[in-house]
Design a protein around this ligand. Structure first.
Ligand SMILES: [Zn+2]
Length: 410
């Protein structure tokens, strides 16, 4: 087989294109391949597909292709132009690359595979590209994926905030709970942050939302009430966030009590912060003995802890009425506890009760969003190189958006 024919096969070039020349450049560790086309070929206008004769050619351009045996492989060609009566002089589409790309489609596919496994920095080392080139491929993949998205109804959504930097910078994430994908990323955690998502949906999509899990965050609540029909029945305050408030209350009680005890030389509560935050059955075995001892010391902290643990049963009810009844007796206990942080947390629960109890009907939590959070945390660590927030957003959608990232290859 001639090397021109070999490379025609390797590159997947189809008529009227063929390989006219191959040059191996060992010094540069490069294979250079030139493609040319048959005389008299007629080309479709890129806008209207009308078949037209070659008008002229642009200057030779170079595309990076997949390496051949570790040799960087470059494809060179002069792209023809046609003169369309309707659209004027236009450069024709070549089959091996997207317009204005400096890489062949196959190289872009490969780069997307690598970017999925490594960060941009790692990709540059594996594929010997510049940072900007690798980044651009990732960015284009996301743009492509977003453009290819079809309008679908997402029945169960999770809305969550994500701290992205020190100094209280946040992103708002909207997730598809069933697919486990990030559907939307916006800056801040204001009402407008979430408004942007809902405003991009059709009436059909808004109407198709059945349930939304979220934190008890006023801005999100307002945005949802404003945009989603019958939102009052669909919002479910995430149980982990609710329990988080209770956990904080226990910790506040512990901190104060610890100070008081230390004054009397009692170190019972020193270094016990995390013991009180575990759900009881999740307490690691090595802490069990110590925890059982302190728990029985009749401390304020153990009382606060018992109230917190008891509340967890709220999420085991199937019927709202029984759940409400359970809450009433729990609330009575919490309110009479004389522990200020517990009373305050109980008040938060009371004020949001309606949409805590919607859990009975919808049975959703933001646990998926939390899983995505750890994935995003990883993206953040990988990406100390993120030059701005837009880049971070793009990377989240690339890794968690469930998008069709690849260019169509022929
Ligand atoms: Zn045309």
């Amino acid at each position: 087989m001639e090397d021109t024919e070999l490379y025609r096969e390797i590159l997947g070039l189809k008529a009227p294109w063929s390989v006219t020349r191959v040059r191996l450049d060992m010094q540069e560790k490069q294979v250079n391949v030139w493609a040319g086309h048959e005389e008299g070929t007629r080309w479709p206008c890129p806008d209207c597909k009308a078949l037209l004769a070659t008008y002229d050619h642009v200057e030779e351009r170079t595309w990076r292709h997949l390496d051949t045996c570790h040799l960087m492989t470059l494809l060179h060609a002069r792209t023809p132009r046609v003169e369309c009566p309707q659209h004027g002089v236009k450069r024709v589409r070549v089959s091996w690359a997207e317009p204005s790309s400096r890489f062949t489609l196959l190289f872009e596919c490969k780069a997307i595979d690598v970017l999925k496994e490594a960060d941009v920095e790692g990709t540059t080392r594996i594929l010997h590209t510049s940072w900007d080139e690798a980044w651009h491929i990732q960015e284009k993949a996301v743009t492509r994926g977003l453009a290819a998205k079809v309008e679908t109804v997402i029945p169960r959504l999770g809305v969550d905030e994500k701290a992205i930097a020190k100094g209280h910078k946040y992103f708002t994430l909207v997730c598809d709970i069933d697919r486990g994908t990030v559907e939307y990323v916006a800056e801040d955690r204001k009402k407008a942050s979430l408004d942007g998502y809902f405003q991009g949906l059709s009436q059909r999509q808004l109407g198709g939302i059945k349930a939304i899990a979220m934190d008890m965050h006023e801005a999100y609540i307002q945005s949802t009430l404003e945009h989603v029909p019958e939102a009052k029945e669909k919002i479910v305050f995430d149980r982990y966030h609710v329990m988080g408030h209770m956990g904080k209350a226990v910790d506040l009680v512990r901190r104060q009590e610890n100070k008081d005890l230390i004054k009397d030389g009692d170190e019972s509560l020193v270094k016990t912060k995390y013991l009180w935050l575990y759900a009881e059955e999740n307490l690691p075995e090595k802490h069990r003995e110590r925890f059982d001892q302190i728990k029985n010391l009749n401390l304020k902290t153990s009382r606060a802890w018992a109230i917190k643990e008891c509340l967890r049963a709220l999420w085991s009810y199937t019927y709202t009425a029984s759940a409400r009844k359970f809450w009433e007796s729990w609330n009575g206990w919490a309110v009479r506890s004389k522990l200020k942080p517990v009373i305050e947390a109980a008040r938060t629960v009371r004020d949001h009760l309606y949409n805590i109890l919607t859990y009975c009907k919808h049975k959703i939590t933001n646990a998926v969003a939390e899983g995505l959070n750890s994935k995003i945390q990883k993206i953040k660590q990988m990406a100390c190189g993120f030059r701005n927030k837009e880049h971070f957003k793009t990377a989240i959608l690339f890794h968690c958006g469930g998008l069709q990232l690849y260019p169509a290859t022929h």
